[in-house]
Design a protein around this ligand. Structure first.
Ligand SMILES: Cc1cc2nc3c(=O)[nH]c(=O)nc-3n(C[C@H](O)[C@H](O)[C@H](O)COP(=O)(O)O)c2cc1C
Length: 359
């Protein structure tokens, strides 16, 4: 298979297999409304097969970053409509990453609201707030009844994303945020039906995916996971437990026919990811994580060896709005500027040159 060939992920028709990974950039201000700059950023990158947006909060308490966009208010929905329209005019496809931050936030970030998680265990670390770096608070352990409300917030957010004209949603089950916190035995020590055994730890994630699929159609729903990423204290250090937890989850989700499963793991071609792919039985997007930046050679090799159906690419897409054209023609690339990843304004966001400007 060829990285530059088309593919269908459920209802999503991609022109190529280079997927823009979800990338938080914190440029949506205090209102969480994506504005002109954000519209321009995504419009510039519409040449990838699929854009997955930055993590976007489905309710106010789940906001994890200053300047993060939401999909809660009417103004936020209108902002996303402008983003989706701009990407579609350029012939691109775009899904919204719905991200509940779980315990990875602070009242100084989420508007003074309660911080919520599976269990009342604080992350050992500091949150970056407008008031500086502050220790993560001990979160409120959500009751089973409150979990139904959170599920409905995921459903309503996904419905709003479709109403805004996005092509689908990706549910963020990776990187130590709420859904991942349920899966990890380190962050989930519940003694009700949502904790304990691998099956019970996977239950909340399964219920959210099922509820969202019932609302907008499974062919427009993807799920991102990051087993063994061991980030933000959502530790998963026992391979047998990881296999049991994610294996159960994916066995349960298989009959739904989701658009895709996206896995962040250091060894996409390794045993664990390929076993999870078999259990899931649908299209697979992979990304080898933060330790090394994805390269053209890595992406080409993963697709040629059929280890995945598409590759999520992060930092090279930040630095190269026309990455697909560059990779296709084996042109040189702009270097990403990490100190501007989470800055504000156009610098390091919409001012990376296109090929013809590079001169
Ligand atoms: C600035 C930045 C922001 C990120 N934001 C998100 C996010 O909102 N959601 C998510 O699932 N992953 C996020 N990630 C992880 C990326 O999707 C990707 O897995 C990571 O960058 C490694 O891929 P790369 O080597 O191609 O950059 C982020 C990474 C970076 C560098």
């Amino acid at each position: 298979m060829d990285l530059f060939s088309p593919i269908a992920l459920g209802d999503l028709q991609l022109a190529n297999r280079v997927v823009m990974a979800p990338l938080t950039r914190m440029r949506s201000g205090a209102s969480g409304v994506p504005g002109d700059l954000v519209v321009e950023h995504y419009r510039q990158r519409a040449g990838v097969g699929l854009i997955i947006t930055e993590g976007t909060y489905p309710n106010h308490q789940s906001q994890a970053f200053v300047g993060q966009p939401g999909i809660v208010t009417d103004e936020q929905v209108e902002g996303w409509r402008r983003v989706a329209d701009a990407v579609h005019v350029e012939g691109g496809r775009i899904v919204l990453q719905v991200m509940h931050g779980g315990r990875v936030t602070h009242p100084e970030i989420n508007g003074g609201r309660r911080v919520e998680a599976p269990s009342a265990i604080a992350i050992n670390g500091v949150a970056r707030t407008a008031e500086g770096k502050l220790a993560y608070p001990e979160p409120h352990a959500l009751t089973a009844e409150e979990l139904q409300r959170v599920t409905q917030d995921f459903v309503a957010a996904s419905r709003r994303a479709i109403e805004a004209g996005l092509d689908g949603v990706e549910l963020h089950g990776a990187n130590g945020y709420l859904l991942h916190e349920f899966l990890s035995p380190a962050s989930n020590v519940r003694d009700d039906g949502y904790g304990g055994s691998p099956e019970q730890r996977a239950r909340f994630v399964a219920e959210v995916v099922e509820a969202v699929s019932a609302e907008i159609g499974a062919g427009r729903v993807g799920l991102r996971i990051s087993p063994e990423h061991n980030i933000q204290d959502a530790f998963e250090t026992d391979r047998a437990d990881v296999l049991a937890t994610y294996g159960y989850l994916l066995d349960r989700l298989r009959p739904l026919g989701l658009a895709y499963l996206s896995v962040l793991h250091v060894e996409p071609a390794g045993e664990l990811v390929q076993e999870l792919r078999r259990r899931f039985g649908g299209p697979l997007i992979v990304n080898s994580g933060f330790s090394t930046v994805t390269t053209r050679d890595e992406a080409v090799a993963l697709i040629e060896a059929a280890h995945a159906d598409a590759v999520a690419v992060g930092r090279p897409v930040i630095a190269n709005p026309d990455l697909v054209e560059r990779w296709k023609g084996e042109h040189p690339e702009n270097e990403p500027k990490p100190h501007l990843f989470y800055a504000s304004g156009a610098e390091g966001y919409t001012d990376y040159p296109f090929l013809e400007q590079a001169g």
